[in-house]
Design a protein around this ligand. Sequence first.
Ligand code: ADP
Length: 434
Amino acid sequence: MRNATSTTILELTWLGLLTMFLGVVTGYFVPSALFVASAYLSVTLWRRNSFYRWLESNQKNESLVTSDLWADIVRRIEIERDQAEKNKESVVNEFHNLRLALSSLKVGLVLTDKTWNLIWWNEVGGELLNFRKPDDINSYLFALLRSPSLKEYIAKNDFSEPLILDDFTTQQAVIELYFGDSPSEGYIILVRDISQLKRLNEMRSDFIANVSHELKTPLTVINGYLETLIDNQLVEGVAKNAIENAGLQGRRMDNIIQDLITLSQLETSPSTDIEVFNLSDLVGQVQQQVAWLQKNLKKNQTIVKILVTEDWVLTGNRNEIFSLLSNLLSNALRYCPDGSLISLRLEQSDHKTLICVDDNGPGIPEPHLSRVTERFYRVDKSHSSITGGTGLGLAIAKHIMERHSGSLQITSEEGKGTCIRCSFPKDRLQQIVT
Ligand code: ADP
């Protein structure tokens, strides 16, 4: 097939020859030229119309009367059309396979538009959330999932943590929902049934609580006998040392058991005794305990600065917040050498108020930072008996923060110090305007 330029040159040559011929035969060159040009224009217009009709009808080119130039264009368009058809087929196939894969996922998947109307869900998602096809397509998500905690969660517009729902299904299932922005201008929701996981966690917590309670009574008796022996000076020499050491370890064990009981209570029992109280009053009580510890640890050169003014009120469980602050301050006292500076102060951001406990002690090395809130995780395991910790202080602090709709944030630099921030929602910790 000739290319467009040679076809055009050939056509123009033929037109020129025809004009010459008519001019010679009739003796009128200009009218002949006009006649040939008009005829050519008419044929071109007719071809253009046929071409347009063919384009519209989307048929193969047999019906189309074409010259070489038009045939070339038509052929190219047809190649593009075939390619587009193949691409479309493969996209449709891929889309179909993707839907099949998503449908067979063991985790639920739900897609909504920007206004929370349901677009699509897979089988597991539908089963867990009781959605029915096609009736519920385009339904408003919150009309189907009537849960106050879901409404509260969406209103906060913070999807960084999953939402756990146990208050809307009749099967008493515990459902975990992860929200994310979908690429197609909407939301994608991952749905998981965590009922079994929750039951296992409860069993583990119950087991720890039971064991701790069972151990506590005999240990109290043993510690009592050891104290009697020491206080009444009933043993001497090597035996005295051994009994004193046993008494020390007995008290450590008692602290660990007490912390384990506290932790399992925090994990299993609902948050109760929520009250509004003055933060600086509570901090004053914590300060007394810290002063006693400071004396015991003989860290008289350490400065503990409390920078909380009297006009702050906190909504929460007073005992839990006491335990939180005393854990953080006692950690700072125990891990920082004498002469360090420890401070307790408040910080404010857009939606949060933070209680910060800073120190300029040894700090926590980066690799350990993410793990120090785990149970029994210690940076330096060999020092655990010297510092007198149970390894549960920060785990307890983290749980207390979660029960107050907040979080524990730890930043630290080795050799420079540590800053532990307890981040509360603004409505929990606020300044009284007088
Ligand atoms: P422990 O009872 O051992 O103190 P925690 O859970 O309270 O257990 O703390 C976990 C670990 O985090 C500690 O063993 C310690 O290594 C580290 N840590 C906690 N607070 C500080 C701090 N202020 N400075 C340095 N290290 C700290």
